[in-house]
Design a protein around this ligand. Structure first.
Ligand SMILES: [Zn+2]
Length: 345
């Protein structure tokens, strides 16, 4: 749909009065296109597409009927013969289309809920609850040894944390439960309150520092994103660490060793990755994903991110579980390296 609109926008024969409106419509359409045109809600999408078609027909100075064939011009509305009127209709249609488009995006965006009964085994000792590429849902990891179980990331708020806990308990039984997070953003960390007091929370010192400096502001920022976030984060608090480490920490789950590594400031100050040694599975947080890097802080540095990629590639991971989006193998690293090498240092 966007490609078709772009093609049509190039051959506009609009008169001077409609050019202004056309550029306004182009700005709105460009904004809509940059939002990704990722509408999934059929009815609203259809309405938005039809409106955009109308906008571009008007932009070209044609009637909506012209595209249907020569005979339909007979039914061309007379008011559209007037260039001023056509301009007004164009602006109104563009505004309406943009509104409907945004509504479609809202409608298509599901609530950020970790799915129940969706846990999948991805290696001998590693399970994940895939995010299904739903925004603000993490890929949750559950790593199982003979004596202990480590959960990586919690989902946002106690409601999601409770889901993750139920899934983890199915695999943990009476084993010791450990909990750690890839970083302190609420969809990764602020479900920890749902876990029982016996759960041992492990944090990098950089995470502890980030929580004390920015934890409140981060929570408020996420609460302000939507009423759903505000509700699930209402009483959420960052959980205190039972174990802290500076650079790395080897956790023995009984026959399964997991290396936790503090990676410095890439996506956040407290970025932590997890390498499950017997299975060569890497939980890479936001440091490696299939989508573009999410550079969120003024302290994010290209050189730091490149050096993190070198460190993680040297682990020779067979499977990479990013904190969001599809899993993959070590080939996920090269596009990130290429992206950062092109970026200004
Ligand atoms: Zn994040």
């Amino acid at each position: 749909m966007v490609a078709a609109m772009e093609m049509r926008s190039g051959d506009g024969a609009a008169g001077p009065s409609s050019r202004e409106a056309a550029s306004a419509a182009a700005r709105i359409s460009g904004h809509a296109a940059s939002l990704g045109w990722s509408m999934q809600n059929g009815i609203i999408s259809e309405v938005a597409c039809k409106l955009w078609t109308l906008v571009f027909d008007l932009w070209r100075g044609t009637s909506p009927g012209k595209r249907a064939g020569p005979e339909s011009q007979v039914h061309r509305p007379r008011l559209l013969d007037n260039p001023r009127m056509r301009t007004h209709v164009l602006i109104a249609a563009a505004a309406l289309a943009a509104g409907v488009h945004l509504a479609a995006q809202q409608a298509a965006r599901p609530d950020p809920l970790v799915r129940e009964n969706a846990t999948q085994e991805v290696a001998d000792h590693v399970y994940i609850i895939p995010d299904n590429s739903v925004p603000l849902v993490p890929n949750v990891g559950i790593i199982v040894g003979d004596t202990g179980v480590l959960v990586v990331d919690t989902g946002m708020g106690a409601r999601n944390g409770a889901t993750v806990l139920r899934e983890a308990q199915k695999l943990a039984g009476t084993k010791t439960m450990y909990l750690a997070t890839t970083h302190v953003h609420p969809e990764h960390d602020l479900g920890a309150g749902a876990f029982p007091v016996t759960t041992k929370m492990i944090r990098a010192e950089s995470q502890v520092q980030e929580i004390s400096e920015d934890g409140l502001a981060i929570t408020e920022r996420f609460k302000a994103m939507s009423p759903f976030n505000a509700e699930v984060l209402k009483d959420a608090q960052f959980r205190k660490a039972d174990v802290t480490f500076k650079d790395s920490y080897d956790l023995d789950l009984g026959g399964v060793r997991v290396r936790l590594m503090a990676m410095g400031f890439n996506h956040t100050k407290g970025d932590t990755v997890f390498f499950v040694q017997p299975d060569a599975v890497l939980f890479a947080g936001d440091i490696i994903m299939t989508r573009l890097p999410n550079v969120t802080g003024p302290e994010s540095r290209v050189q730091q991110w490149l050096s993190s990629l070198d460190t993680l590639e040297a682990l020779k991971p067979k499977l990479i579980v990013p904190s969001h989006g599809p899993t993959g193998d070590a080939a996920m690293i090269a596009p990130y390296r290429a992206y950062f090498r092109r970026a200004p240092v």
